[in-house]
Design a protein around this ligand. Structure first.
Ligand code: FAD
Ligand code: NAP
Length: 313
């Protein structure tokens, strides 16, 4: 029986592993079947993590030392994809996609989120090399340069506003002529001189070469007219898929309280509504979706696990 099973090895899960093992728990295993380090490993640079300021390092380089640090304190990693988590009396069963299972006294789920892809040509090829899903992270690379934003929801309009304070011009491309974003958010964007709304339009293609994205082609869906936007960064905000599948039971019902967007409801100690089950990082409600905050959540969840296990003794 594990003291704690951690599902997901992004910043939240790895930090939880560090704090759990360094806090004295002997049997802690992290399960992740993807690239250990999480979403940030897809980024070419990271420059907003305090204390780390080296633009020659990629996100993958950045997360490498996190793993070393965790393993040095005894965290175990198993390359396994978790299918679901089940509560059995006072403990949990973690069931893998191959049907195998392990038992754990507590579980921290840190499976993060996956920015939805829009599906245009070149999106996957230039993802992390000019196509981004994080304005806070990558906006500064386009200081005083034009950028294109895809999407018509709150995130797209809010992020467009954020980018408009850094970039020369922000072209918001939306597939309809009505925006999903809340009216005040839309109004604020419309009042900003350097934000330009391009409606009834989609990204036809993102193009570039070995060095990354060179530009995008925007297609008007009513006229089929193509506009070539050269030398632009492209930010795609077409919604997020929260990786909450492991929290569904065999009938597809969630085992803990969720909000309507599929994010897990937690309190300030990362407790979910199910005792012994904790959630950290992008998966939780109101997550700022940043490495530093995901790491903070992971530390809180692990400290809470330690207190929870002590109370059980
Ligand atoms: P994630 O990083 O999403 O990690 C979740 C982990 O869970 C993954 O490793 C995944 O493989 C694993 N997992 C999922 N499902 C399962 C399962 N069923 N079984 C086992 N494992 C599973 N933030 C910043 O602060 N600064 C930046 O510069 C920055 N740049 C970014 C650039 C890009 C391109 C992207 C995509 C994001 C960027 N972010 C940045 C956001 C940041 O990466 C996320 O907020 C952060 O990684 C969230 O951490 P997390 O641990 O909650 O989840
Ligand atoms: P969202 O509300 O789902 O909006 C996604 C947008 O992307 C929509 O405008 C959608 O177009 C467009 N889109 C989807 N797929 C596309 C595709 N393949 N190609 C082109 N466009 C595509 O996502 P979100 O903006 O990330 O917001 C997620 C949730 O968080 C929402 O509930 C939102 O209200 C909430 N949120 C709230 C705040 C806030 O309260 N301040 C801030 C951010 C987010 P259509 O409009 O045509 O569907």
């Amino acid at each position: 029986m594990l003291d704690c099973a951690i599902i997901g090895g992004g910043p939240a899960g790895l930090t939880a592993g560090l704090y759990a093992t360094r806090g004295g728990l002997q049997k802690v295993t992290l399960f992740d079947a993807g690239v250990l380090g999480g979403q940030i490993t897809k980024s070419s640079e990271i420059e907003n993590y305090p204390g780390f300021f080296d633009n020659t390092k990629t996100g993958l380089d950045f997360m490498e030392s996190w793993q070393k640090q965790c393993f040095a304190f005894g965290l175990k990693h198993e390359y396994k994809k978790v299918a679901r988590v089940e509560k059995v009396e006072e403990h949990f069963k973690v069931i893998f996609d191959n049907g195998e299972a392990i038992e754990a006294m507590t579980v921290i789920v840190a499976t993060g989120s996956t920015p939805r892809r829009a599906g245009f040509k070149g999106e996957d090829e230039f993802f992390g090399k000019g196509v981004s899903t994080c304005a806070t992270c990558d906006g500064f690379f386009y200081k005083d340069k034009p950028v294109t934003v895809l999407g018509g929801g709150d995130t797209a309009l809010e992020e467009a506003f954020f980018l408009s304070n850094i970039c020369s011009d922000v072209y918001v491309v939306h597939r309809r002529d009505e925006f999903k974003a809340a009216p005040p958010t839309l109004d604020r964007a419309m009042r900003k001189e350097n934000i330009h709304l391009i409606t009834n339009s989609v990204i036809d293609e993102a193009y570039g070469g070995m060095m990354g994205l060179d530009g995008v082609k925007i297609k008007n869906t009513q006229t089929d007219e193509i506009t070539d936007m050269a030398n632009t960064g492209l930010f795609v905000f077409v919604g997020l898929n929260v990786n909450n599948g492991v929290l569904k039971d065999e009938n597809g019902d969630f085992i803990c309280e969720m909000n309507e967007q599929g994010q897990v409801v937690v309190d300030l100690k990362m407790n979910t509504s199910l005792k012994g089950l904790f959630v950290a990082g992008d998966l939780r409600i109101d997550a700022p979706k940043q490495v530093v905050s995901a790491a903070g959540d992971g530390s809180i969840a692990a400290l809470q696990v330690i207190s929870y296990l002590q109370e059980m003794q």
